[in-house]
Design a protein around this ligand. Structure first.
Ligand code: AMP
Length: 302
């Protein structure tokens, strides 16, 4: 079942304790698409400038990623730069140059309009809503990511798109900010009144937590001895999670739990190297092997 993603395709500059990268391909939709493409066909919607070359687009080639929805227009691509703390838990944004992203008006190519699974990566909620209104029929799953910027500046528009969303995937601080609730379970109940029936809270090095009417499921982050660069880990998590769900026919407690594990697996691989370097070299066999490792990691007897 094909999976539609809309979001940023970017150049990133990264400063991590283990080194620096001046310019590398990044963007939430890029991480998501590459991660999800190990499981299913991905339809990508985004925008880049003339500086995004064929060589940069290589990251999408040879994978199950349709780039007909990646618009190329005059100007420069979105540029983001960040610096991480020694323990990688804090990040300072050094630059966010929207460039061509400022005039992004996503248009779905005709074949994308039948998409049954949709991931609205972190962009203006009005654009997220516009993408949904271009989809024909009722999609099977709509999942959404957002950030503090949109929670603060466009609360009404965000509420509107949330009414059409089944799965909200955000981090713990965004959950608290959106709901004005410190306790994450109470926050989840609040989110359920906004539209989503499932809340996936990304907890960085502490893994992720899923809350729905069946209860709570927690997955750890895969313990890494030498984490390198957390950029895109959340988007890779979302890609693994949604990619797996799109590849299964059913959406139930068991498939959601497995999706959480695949999310954590893809997120952990991304952190191992700079930017997309680890995902670029990743194989499905390695993904499955690490997923099996999660069984061992979490199994115990009473
Ligand atoms: P994450 O580490 O999961 O927050 O994702 C980082 C990726 O998101 C980077 O590759 C950036 O290019 C992209 N990004 C950073 N800020 C924004 C933003 N305001 N809107 C869209 N994408 C962004």
């Amino acid at each position: 079942m094909s999976l539609l993603v809309v979001g940023s395709v970017a150049f990133d500059a990264l400063e991590c304790p283990r080194g620096k990268v001046e310019r590398t391909v990044g963007g939430a939709a890029t991480y998501f698409a590459v991660a999800a493409s190990f499981f299913t066909k991905v339809n990508l919607v985004g925008i880049v400038g003339e500086d995004f070359t064929e060589k940069d687009a290589d990251i999408f080639k040879g994978r199950h990623i349709d780039t007909r929805g990646l618009e190329r227009v005059p100007g420069k691509s979105f540029f983001w730069s960040g610096r991480y703390s020694l323990n990688l838990n804090e990040r300072v944004t050094l630059a966010t140059d929207l460039n061509v992203f400022a005039n992004f008006d996503p248009k779905l190519p005709e074949p994308y309009r039948k998409s049954e699974c949709i991931f609205l990566a972190n962009i203006d909620p009005t654009l997220q809503r516009s993408v949904l209104s271009q989809v024909r029929g009722r999609p099977r799953i709509v999942a959404l990511d957002t950030m503090n910027y949109w929670i603060e500046r466009t609360p009404v528009e965000l509420r509107e798109v949330l009414r059409h969303t089944q799965i909200l995937m955000i981090n713990d601080s965004e959950t608290r900010q959106l709901t004005s609730e410190h306790n994450l379970l109470r926050a989840a109940r609040h989110v359920f009144t906004m539209g989503p029936k499932t809340l996936v809270i990304k907890l960085g090095e502490h893994g992720a937590m899923l809350v729905d009417d069946q209860g709570v499921f927690c997955v750890p982050a895969f313990p890494l001895e030498e984490p390198c660069d957390p950029t895109g880990a959340g988007d890779s998590f979302a890609g693994g999670f949604m990619g797996y769900l799109a590849s299964t026919r059913s959406l139930n407690d068991a498939t959601l739990r497995r999706a959480m594990v695949y999310g954590s697996v893809l997120g952990s691989f991304t952190v191992e190297r700079f930017g997309l370097d680890r995902l670029r070299a990743l194989t499905r066999r390695e993904i499955d092997s690490r997923a099996r490792h999660f069984v061992k990691l979490t199994q115990f007897r009473l």
